[in-house]
Design a protein around this ligand. Structure first.
Ligand code: CP3
Length: 346
């Protein structure tokens, strides 16, 4: 089987057109998703592998993205640990971690990863139905982001979770989480995900020094555990609100691709890190709300700037957004993004 553009880019050897996909490409902005949601709630779309595969494939068929992403959510490990989980429509847990007694109530460890078997089944079915030249991405949440949800209920409330970083709650949570999460990643990679994305959306809510102290060692631990289960599948690490002062601290960790948000300069990130990591990103999701002519101008300028870089810097670029597709994004703009990217890099 020939290598997908996604896989070639993850290994920084893609001399063809850079692959393009978007976080949240299967979501509320898309009529295909809206139709599926009329008859099934979000949980059912995640938990029924046939439905999850259908949901993930919609944007591939409609927009011709180069990669699909598992349709699921990153909070299921918290449910597996016993925190309950409903979407209403945002996520709600039965309780938040406020004391060590709350953490003691949680289940954890490698065996609990079997709770996420439905994700492995969804990956397998998605792969079966996906054209062989399209890539397939699995994902989990970063430990810090999962901790912030467990402690505070949403990543906007990260400040409420900061005390737990030093009073033992975060450490006790991670002691239960890490084998479960590494097992969750391995379930997805063994089922056929070519890459596992670690979405650490909340990481930029703390400063770079705290990030170095509290996030980096836990990521290193998680990745070491995953590597014992799966030495080879590439991992993409995405965080939001971070910059080089955070990323420089990740040198040497066994992940292959760095996802950057829209506030950072893609050219600068490629120049600084292209010999170390593939780089994923980073168009501002808000651009997709612009009138068509303005979107066209901005995207042309963005794409042409990257095209003008030496080919060696572009071999590991994975084209997409700096965060997820926003809720009321017009489909026509997503379609134009993908077709223009093909025209310019084709
Ligand atoms: O197409 C894809 O990218 C795959 C599916 C996917 C979903 N969530 C489906 C979803 C992915 C990759 C995620 C990741 C995710 N989930 C993140 C990290 C990325 C990010 O956006 O920062 C986070 C923080 C979550 C947690 C989560 N799930 C929240 C905060 C919410 C509610 C608010 C929101 O942004 O939608 C969800 C629900 C959710 N996850 C929906 C979808 C399609 C919406 C469900 C609905 O109401 O229809």
């Amino acid at each position: 089987m020939t290598e997908t553009a996604l896989s070639a880019a993850l290994h920084r050897r893609n001399d063809a057109r850079p692959p393009v996909w978007m976080m949240r490409q299967a979501g509320r902005y898309h009529s295909h998703y809206q139709l599926l949601k009329r008859y099934n709630d979000f949980m059912r779309l995640c938990r029924e592998p046939q439905l999850a595969a259908e949901t993930a494939l919609g944007p591939i068929h409609d927009f011709n993205f180069d990669a699909a992403i598992l349709f699921s959510d990153l909070l299921f490990p918290l449910e597996a640990m016993g925190m309950g989980l409903v979407y209403d429509p945002g996520p709600k847990l039965d309780f938040h971690l406020q004391t060590l007694v709350d953490v003691e109530k949680l289940a954890g460890g490698a065996e609990r990863a079997t709770h996420m078997q439905f994700q492995a089944d969804a990956v397998r079915l998605t792969r079966q139905r996906l054209r062989p030249d399209k890539g397939l991405i699995g994902f989990v949440g970063g430990p810090f982001t999962l901790y912030v949800y467990a402690a505070a209920g949403s990543h906007e409330k990260a400040q409420h979770a900061v005390a737990g970083l030093t009073n033992g709650i975060y450490d006790a949570f991670n002691a239960k989480l890490l084998d479960l999460l590494a097992g969750n990643m391995a379930l997805q990679s063994r089922a056929g995900a070519e890459c596992i994305a670690l979405f650490d959306t909340a990481a930029g809510e703390i400063d770079a020094a705290m990030y170095g102290r509290h996030v980096v060692p836990v990521l290193a631990d998680l990745l070491a555990r995953f590597r014992r289960l799966d030495p080879a599948t590439p991992v993409t690490y995405y965080s939001r609100g971070t910059d080089a002062s955070y990323w420089d601290q990740l040198a040497g960790l066994p992940f292959q691709c760095l996802g950057i948000d829209w506030r950072q300069d893609l050219g600068a990130a490629l120049e600084r890190y292209a010999d170390r990591w593939a780089i994923q990103g980073n168009v501002d999701p808000e651009w997709l709300h612009l009138p068509a002519d303005q979107l066209e101008l901005r995207l042309r300028e963005y794409f042409e700037r990257i095209r003008a870089l030496p080919a060696a810097l572009r071999r590991g670029w994975i084209c997409g957004l700096g965060h997820g597709v926003l809720q009321r994004t017009p489909e026509a703009n997503v379609r134009r993004f993908v077709s223009l990217q093909r025209e310019i890099f084709g």
